[in-house]
Write a protein that binds this ligand. Structure first.
Ligand code: AMP
Ligand code: MG
Length: 454
């Protein structure tokens, strides 16, 4: 695939029982996603619901914040220059002519030799230019003795000092943080336009699967992927509905895909995308639309792919059933699509750490490796159990290292970038004894290294 908008790419034909003849380059697939997947339209939400949403408009302050000059401390408002000679031994004496309280207009004004008692947030009285903190005063009710000099402007919060009228306070594309909601309120926004949350459907297939959470029984295993996919998609801004587990039955899967296509912005289908006789998914996608890529130069998750179905060309991500491959397919293929739709394009939502390898990390030329690693005493340790079915390997891992397709790996001691699953150190590590490993030592050094990613 050389043009990002080419109709389709990757190996043609049915790989069942024959395997993949050629595999799509992961970097090219990432370019296709970036060029093809659009951010969804916006919707209006109340600011109390806006945290974690992506702004779809610039927010401009219509008025200055704060809207009036106000006291920044409890104390007395006065003319600062009249305190310049004040000290503990020779206090400056003022006549207290009234009070200014928060939320009310201030009637008294300050003239030479006068002070007004003020509370934090109350309007600054006319004529005053400084506030002396109550701790630097004594008062007998009528008189205030000031025993510290306060420069003009001290402890006064000026109109517009926080936000100037007309300023863009938050730009379109911003992932709103809790403190941003406070800003929205201060500039008078009660609702904001945010990118609509993508509606994702996690469609899980496999004759051997029991619904997530049920105990395994005679040759059947609980579905591990739906809950994992739904959590990942929710983290990336989607609302995810789980459908299944469905049997490996062509008509059932096709009907479920068609039904999901009626309401979803994106379908993430687990299982049935490989090269076994029961792997119907690519064929169904080809019938309902077209397969864009199937079979990636990626380990694990080589059976992953993307299709577009229906007149709206709804993206469908084919994710291998093996849970580790499924996670890798999410990180490389599905996550970038969810985040683009949600208005959160850009780097992975993982913390990047550059650390030395404790031993060599090898890879085959021609494919991208998603190598799970542990961080132990500041060094990166490749996990030896790397089979795609060993989900505990990713629970035990602190993160992953991406080995690009044109690289055979790295020697011991080389600095590599680890994409950490956790945002910060875990208070309680996963039970390493149960997984046969010693506890990981987490590092917190940050860096901004760039590594190819989806
Ligand atoms: P498939 O991609 O359908 O060929 O499945 C590959 C392997 O992953 C098989 O061993 C399946 O039993 C297993 N598997 C498939 N789907 C799931 C799932 N949702 N949860 C846990 N294991 C699965
Ligand atoms: Mg299967």
């Amino acid at each position: 695939m050389s043009q990002a908008d080419s109709a389709s790419f990757g190996p043609a034909g049915d790989p069942r029982m024959r395997g993949f003849k050629a595999r799509t380059d992961v970097t090219e697939l990432a370019s296709w996603i970036a060029a093809r997947i659009q951010t969804l339209a916006s919707e209006e939400v109340g600011i109390a619901e806006a945290s974690g949403r992506v702004l779809a408009q610039d927010i401009k302050a219509g008025a200055p914040v704060p809207p009036f000059d106000r006291a920044a401390m409890d104390g007395y408002a006065l003319r600062g220059e009249e305190t310049y000679s004040a000290s503990a031994y020779a206090p400056a004496v003022f006549r207290c002519v009234g009070r200014s309280q928060p939320g009310r207009p201030c009637e008294p004004s300050v003239a030479a030799g006068k002070a007004v008692q003020v509370a934090t947030g109350a309007p600054l009285p006319r004529g005053a230019d400084a506030v002396v903190p109550v701790e630097a005063t004594r008062s007998d009710g009528r008189r205030v003795m000031v025993h510290e000099a306060v420069p003009v402007g001290r402890n006064v919060s000026h109109r517009g000092e926080d936000i100037e009228a007309g300023a863009i306070v938050l730009g379109a594309g911003r992932l709103l943080r809790p403190q941003d909601l406070g800003i929205l309120s201060l500039v008078g926004a009660s609702t904001v336009r945010v990118v609509r949350r993508p509606r994702a459907v996690a469609l899980v297939t496999g004759d051997e699967l029991l619904p997530a959470g049920l105990p395994a029984r005679a040759f059947q295993i609980p579905d591990a992927n739906s809950v994992m996919i739904a959590a990942l998609a929710a983290r990336d801004g989607a609302l995810c509905q789980i459908v299944g587990p469905l049997p490996d039955d062509e008509a059932t899967i096709e009907a479920a895909l068609q039904e999901a296509a009626g309401s979803a912005d994106l379908i993430l289908i687990s299982g049935g995308s490989s090269a076994g006789p029961e792997d119907f998914v690519p064929g169904i996608i080809a019938r309902l639309g077209r397969v864009v890529a199937h079979g990636l130069a990626l380990r694990p998750a080589s059976p992953a792919g993307i299709g577009l179905i229906g007149p709206a060309e709804l993206p469908v991500v084919m994710m291998p059933g093996n849970p580790v491959s499924c996670l890798c397919a999410y990180d490389i293929v599905a996550g970038p699509i969810v985040r683009r739709q949600a208005g959160r394009p850009g780097p992975w939502p993982y913390r990047a750490l550059a650390l030395p390898l404790s031993r060599k990390l090898t890879s085959a030329l021609g494919r991208v490796d998603y190598a799970r690693v542990k961080i132990d005493q500041g060094a990166v340790e490749p996990l030896s159990i790397s089979g795609a079915s060993i989900l505990s390997s990713v629970s035990r891992a602190d993160g992953f290292v991406i080995i690009p397709a044109d690289c055979e790996g790295y020697p011991a001691g080389a600095s590599v970038v680890v994409w950490c699953y956790d945002e910060r150190e875990q208070a309680a590590p996963c039970r390493p004894e149960a997984l046969g490993q010693s506890p990981a030592v987490h590092q917190s050094t940050r860096n901004a290294h760039q590594t190819p990613q989806g």
